[in-house]
Ligand binder design. Structure first.
Ligand code: DQA
Length: 146
């Protein structure tokens, strides 16, 4: 059976490649999407790769994924540090879920050191740049094939 993974990207990640390259590198959002889809195809995963700047939209996607997807990978971006609503939705999603950050949120500003979602996800990847996207897909694939 083909696994279905939902890959959610939060606010401002559509501007990857042009925003703060010292933190996030030069890979654009579309390039990351292409790399992620390619890796998923190699692993026989059907990947839905989405981005939103709107908190409620992300909450709805997580809710709907309960019925349609086998796992969630999420870079909640700034909502990581503020959104109880995304945290609650992830807590309700009772399948594998990976938190992802391109930068190392623990060696940046104080307000980034607190993630509201780390303790409700299965595991996390941070600080490995855009490679983290590929690693997250590989980790999810391993988890779901156990
Ligand atoms: C980020 C880290 C967040 O603190 C920040 O708000 C982002 C991106 C990352 O991928 O490193 O937008 O999630």
């Amino acid at each position: 059976m083909t696994l279905k993974i939902l890959f959610i990207n939060g606010p401002n990640l559509n501007l990857l490649g042009e925003r703060e390259q010292s933190q996030y590198g030069s890979t654009t959002f579309n390039e990351l999407k292409e790399l992620s889809v390619k890796k998923s195809e190699e692993l026989n995963i059907k990947l839905e790769f989405v981005q939103s700047n709107i908190e409620g939209e992300i909450v709805t996607w997580i809710q709907e994924a309960k019925k349609t997807h086998d796992g969630i990978i999420i870079n909640a971006a700034a909502f990581t540090h503020t959104s109880v609503a995304i945290r609650d939705a992830l807590q309700i999603f009772n399948k594998p879920k990976i938190e992802l950050h391109i930068s190392n949120i623990y060696n940046r500003e104080e307000f980034r050191k607190k993630s509201l979602i780390s303790d409700v996800v299965t595991g996390g990847i941070f600080g490995l740049g855009s490679n983290g996207y590929i690693l997250a897909i590989m980790a999810m694939h391993k988890m779901l094939n156990k």
